[in-house]
Structure formats: C-alpha cells, structure tokens
Design a protein around this ligand. Structure first.
Ligand SMILES: Cc1cc2nc3c(=O)[nH]c(=O)nc-3n(C[C@H](O)[C@H](O)[C@H](O)COP(=O)(O)OP(=O)(O)OC[C@H]3O[C@@H](n4cnc5c(N)ncnc54)[C@H](O)[C@@H]3O)c2cc1C
Ligand code: SF4
Length: 495
C-alpha cells in the first residue's frame, strides 16, 4: 500500500516522534486499528553509520537528518531568533533522532507553583505523574543511579545502572566540590547495558546528532513496536488541516503526498503528536466557517505563550585536556539550585562565601557540563599524533595507552560482580539544602555515608576506541562494576 488513506480507522496519530510512537504502539498493542501520518521521511537504520561519519567531518555544519531548506522554511519575528529549522527533526522518530537523551523527572515544586516566582500551579501534581514517569523510564530504557540527593522521590531503581562520570565531568566535579556544589549522575535514555533488544552504548561519542548503535533511545523503536502490533505508519505525508463533523468533533485529517495530492484519513479518534510548534499551527490551519479561529481556540490562546527551557552558557579554557568528545553525552549534573535557586554557596575548605544568598525570587537552576563541546574526534585525531596512546587516566592520575587498559581489563574480567549498581565516587562534602524537597531516601543515605575524601574524587575516566568496537572504561579507584561481561554491541532487535 502506498500513501493512499486507509478506510476509517479507530485512531489516527499525527506525528511519529516519541509522543506519537508511544501512543501508537500502546494503542495498537491494545488491539486498536491505528494509522500514523508523519510529515518527514523514514530513515534507514543502516544509514546511521554514514550520517555519523558525515557529522564528524571537519567543516560539517549542516543537518544529518535532511532538515532545513524550502520544506522547513519559516520566519521568526520575536526578539530572540529561534533556530527551528535545525532544532527539530522531521521524520519517523522525530526530534529524539538527534536529542541528547537526558530524562530527568520534574520536581514537585514545578507543579505546585512553589518556586516563589510567577509560575502558576498546575492542575496535577508530581504524585499524579509518578507511575507514568516510571512507565516512560521503562519504555525508553533509562540508565541512572540513586545518588541525586535533590531528586524527587521514586519507588523503584532506574531500569538500567547509571553511567560513571566522564573525564571532563570529573574535572568539573572536583571544581564544584571545592565551591560546595554537589554533582551527581544524570538519568540517561541510553543503554548502559543491552536493553530491549538494543545495543549497549559503544562510545561513538556522536549522540548529537546521531547514535549509530541505537543505544540512545529514539522513537523509531516504538514505531517498530507499533508496526509489529499492526499499526500502519505512512511517511512524507504532512497533515495540512483537520476537518470536523456537525458536532464539532474532528472527523478527518487532510494530508499531502510528495506529489502534492491531498487525501483524507478518517478516524474515530485523533492524537495530535506533531510537537509543540506544529500542533498549534495545525489547529490554526484548521479554520472553517464553524471554527473561524481554528480548532480548540475558544480562548484565543492557541499559538501564544510558547515556552522553552532557557539555557545560559558559560565557557572557559582549562589548563589540561578535557576530552569531552570521547563521551558524547552528559554524565553529571547538579540539582542543588533547583528547589532553592537563591541559596548561598560557601567554599568548603575556608567557609568563604563564594555566592551570597540571592535576595530575589529565582526560577529553578540546573547545572550541566557539556561533554559534546570542543573539536570532533576526527578533528582531534587529525590534530594529534598521540591519539589512542593517552586515552585513559591511571589511578595515579597519569595517562596511559589503551593497550595497558586492555591488560588490566583482562585481569579484572573474572572479578566483576555483575551487580546492576554502578557506585560513583562521592564528589562532595556539601550539605544539601534543607529546603530541597522529595529526596530519595536511598540516595540521601548513600551520599552521607560515603567517605568524602579527596582520594575518592574524580577517579573515573573513559577510554575511546574506534567506532563499532566496545569502549572500555577505566576503573574508579573504588570498586566499580563498569565494563560488565557482554559489554559491546548487540544486534538490534529484529523488525
Ligand atoms: C537538539 C535537541 C536536544 C534535545 N535534548 C533533549 C533531552 O536531552 N532531554 C529531553 O527530555 N528532551 C530533549 N529534547 C526535546 C525532545 O526531543 C522533545 O521534547 C521531544 O522529541 C518531543 O516529542 P514529540 O513527539 O512531542 O515531538 P517531536 O519529536 O518534534 O515529533 C513530532 C513529529 O511530528 C511530525 N509532524 C510535525 N508536523 C506534522 C504534520 N503537520 N503532519 C504530520 N507530521 C507532522 C514531525 O515531523 C515529527 O516527526 C531535545 C530536542 C532537541 C531539538
Ligand atoms: S556514545 Fe555513541 S553509542 Fe553511546 S549513545 Fe552516544 S552515539 Fe550512541
């Protein structure tokens, strides 16, 4: 079947990003007749290696997901330019094809208007969403540890053990500690070990814009599931507008095929999953005599008050190698200033006030340390004649060649515990803010009983091997289960 419409189905889903893919997979598994209409193309999984090679070439600045150009032409009239063309991916998988994959839960204060600023309370609270967060973490395969003393409460461990801190995150952890700032792991939608038929992370380091191994979750996974459960997914068919019946209910989605022909897909129910920009656009494009302001727009607010999370960046030059691009994702972050963003910060050793308590009301602040900044692995390799000879840090803090790691790894192989927890070295002596809410009891205890000595700090780093091969991690000085047997690429599940 080409791009002709199906006969009236139970559910028509517009958009094949994570929202559409998860909805389609769940509905199809429950026996509903589902059609997914996706504006962009279907990308061949086998093409990812080529896309990765394209992305790391020196001088490459375009999109590897065929975004931009006439198809995605748009104008931005606001004060701030919003680079929509390159920010989102149009295609089966949506923006998760090039997302970062950090998947923290919101804090209870995000819902209850408890930040003391103008943010209003939501009609639902964190506890309402808790079971759904857990479901989503299982579906995506989230790797994380219970070491965040500021995280909201959770019932179960993450489905996968967390990643240890990268080399560059360890450097930041050391600096943060001295300032009384706690760092901890990041919940990552990428496999720290094989999960759901997908490979463990093999360290290509190109997560943004493409993960060739499939270790980073993207929504094509659930499109595959939806199709296996009987859903029909049609690509390159942007929905132009929605039609309503006499009762004002949506009855059909009008979509265009690549040759410009319009078709009508009728359905009993519609799920709009076209993303935060295209959904309001589609509602406004669906104006009719009965709905002159577009659909669902009695308030006149559709398409207004678009909110993004604000990002403020600070850069600097370190007097030592940072090796960010050896690990293509963020492994450590800090929620210390999330529930209490105005708190003072004191230097641990001297008690000196580094940042005074803020007198104003602030919104939550989350600190991240970018592991994907800097030159690409190819640029680094072209620039250095010692690539792969100094790829890991020894317990003495010096660098050593990969071959020495291999010898160490072989001798350790038999001693691995197989435990699913990945201990991270304690990174701070700071006392978490008393106003932080919803701490995980387990995380709290683990943190306060760890020996906060400098000898345990910053002792983990990563090694890098050529793409497609398994990536050994150097051990922390303390016991670590990282590098479990079976580490390395596993076949992606069969379609
Ligand atoms: C660079 C980048 C990094 C990110 N990193 C993170 C992160 O680390 N953690 C995190 O939680 N989030 C992150 N995000 C955000 C996250 O990717 C999005 O919130 C998420 O993908 C939204 O899912 P969605 O299904 O609602 O929409 P999308 O992923 O945007 O998918 C919508 C789909 O609908 C299709 N579509 C649009 N209009 C139509 C139409 N008219 N007809 C048919 N189909 C249509 C699009 O082509 C697209 O495939 C990141 C986003 C970007 C761009
Ligand atoms: S480091 Fe590589 S294998 Fe791991 S998730 Fe990122 S792109 Fe995928």
């Amino acid at each position: 079947m080409g791009r002709e419409p199906s006969e009236r189905v139970d559910v028509c889903v517009v958009g094949a990003g994570p929202a559409g893919a998860l909805a389609a997979s769940s509905l199809a598994s429950d026996g509903h007749d589902v059609v997914v209409l996706e504006a962009g193309p279907r990308f061949d999984f086998e093409s990812r290696q080529r896309r990765m090679e394209e992305a790391i070439r020196p001088g490459h600045h375009g999109s590897v997901w065929e975004m931009g150009g006439e198809r995605d032409a748009f104008s931005a009239t606001g004060e701030q330019y919003y680079p929509l063309n390159v920010a989102r991916v149009k295609g089966v998988g949506g923006s998760t094809l090039h997302w970062q994959g950090m998947v923290m839960r919101l804090h209870p204060t995000d819902f209850d208007g408890g930040h003391g600023n103008d943010d209003p309370a939501w009609p639902i609270g964190y506890d309402d969403l808790r079971p759904y967060y857990a479901d989503a973490e299982r579906a995506l395969g989230v790797a994380g540890d219970a070491d965040n003393p500021f995280a909201p409460a959770r019932e179960d461990p993450f489905p996968l053990p967390g990643f240890p801190p990268s080399h560059s995150d360890s450097l930041f952890a050391e600096a943060c500690e001295a300032l009384g700032i706690t760092t901890h792991s990041v919940p990552n939608a990428r496999n720290s070990e094989g999960y759901d038929g997908r490979s463990a992370c093999v360290g290509y380091g190109t997560c943004q814009p493409v993960c060739p191994s499939g270790a980073k979750y993207d929504a094509s996974v659930h499109i595959q599931d939806a199709e296996a459960a009987g859903a029909r997914v049609v690509d390159r068919v942007p929905v132009q507008r929605l039609e309503t019946d006499g009762d004002g209910r949506v009855s059909a989605a009008v979509y265009a095929t690549p040759d410009g022909t319009e078709h009508r897909q009728a359905a009993r129910e519609f799920v709009l999953a076209a993303g935060g920009v295209e959904i309001p656009r589609l509602l406004l494009l669906s104006r009719s005599a009965a709905h002159p302001d577009g659909l669902a727009n009695a308030s006149g607010l559709v398409g207004r008050y678009f909110m993004d999370h604000l990002f403020a960046g600070a850069g600097g030059t370190l007097d030592r190698e940072t090796r960010q691009n050896h690990v293509g994702f963020i492994t450590s972050e800090c929620h210390q200033f999330y529930d209490d963003p105005g708190q003072a910060v004191e230097r641990i050793e001297t008690g000196e006030t580094v940042v005074p308590s803020a007198g104003e009301r602030l919104s939550p602040i989350k600190l991240e340390f970018l592991n994907y900044a800097g030159p690409s692995p190819v640029e680094l390799a072209l620039d250095a004649d010692d690539w792969a000879t100094r790829c890991w840090r020894t317990s003495e803090g010096t660098t050593a060649p990969a071959s020495r790691w291999a010898a160490w790894s072989a001798s350790r192989h038999a001693a691995r515990t197989g435990s699913r927890s990945t201990p991270r070295p304690p990174t701070t002596t700071a006392t978490p803010s008393p106003t932080s809410s919803g701490r995980s009891a387990t995380g709290w205890r683990a943190r306060s009983t760890g020996p906060p000595t400098s000898s345990t700090r910053c002792s983990t780093s990563w090694a890098w091997t050529s793409p497609g091969r398994s990536v050994p991690r150097t051990p922390a000085r303390r016991t670590t289960t990282w590098g479990r047997p079976g580490w390395g690429p596993t076949p992606r599940r069969a379609s």
